[in-house]
Design a protein around this ligand. Sequence first.
Ligand SMILES: Cc1cc2c(cc1C)N(C[C@H](O)[C@H](O)[C@H](O)COP(=O)(O)O)c1[nH]c(=O)[nH]c(=O)c1N2
Length: 250
Amino acid sequence: MESSSLTERHRFAEAERDALYKTVFNRRDVRGQFLPTTVPDEVLARVLYAAHHAPSVGFMQPWNFLVIRSQQKKQQVHQLFSKANKEAVELFDKDKQKTYKNLKLEGILESPINLCITCDRTRTGKPVLGRTHMKTMDLYSSVCAVQNLWLAARTEGLGVGWVSIMHEDELKATLGIPEHVVPIAYLCIGYVEHFKDKPELETKGWLPRMEISDLVNFEEWEGSAQSSDDQELLSTLAEMSDFPTGFPVR
Ligand SMILES: Cc1cc2c(cc1C)N(C[C@H](O)[C@H](O)[C@H](O)COP(=O)(O)O)c1[nH]c(=O)[nH]c(=O)c1N2
């Protein structure tokens, strides 16, 4: 078989690829524009099912999905956020504190669904294939589930906001999460008035997006380009950064 047909064989059609990249580049962390509109259960089921098809170390599938709809439970979690957020602001330099205070960093009460994605570190017993040496791999597996859900939600027109400004032990106590289970992501989910074009932390001057070509190295840490292929890759990446939205697919 010719090499060109080999490379084409498994590639998705252009429109399908565009749809995936569009999803990636238009996904946003949403905190502020939630609508109270109910999320139909079949939509929620689809994004949860997408999360459940994430990769996991040793096929451990360490995740659980805690769906929170009651305003009472949301209030309790919101209190955890408020307390931790007051502590958090003090940790930044004085000049950054003003910007910090102007950021909305959660949408716990306004979003119709809160979701806690967890990692059960004992899910398939010991040892776990692939976690024998790098012990945090189960945690990363649950993060993969979060990302699957986040992307699937974007295609459904659902906003997702990740809230991590709270004490882990307090969140566990509030949600009744047992000792051996780690809360990975507390997410606020719902339909939104609009999706922003860029991260709010970028537009509000917290931090800029870095140049990807500054983050790619070769053969070893801080290794510079070795070959013309390496150079080519770097210049292609540098050109991509020229697009205002990060990519030409809109
Ligand atoms: C592990 C983790 C934890 C958090 C976040 C993300 C991730 C990956 N983010 C969202 C984060 O600020 C956001 O992803 C970046 O600013 C980039 O913006 P977009 O996600 O591209 O819109 C986030 N945002 C926020 O307002 N409050 C928070 O507590 C957190 N926590």
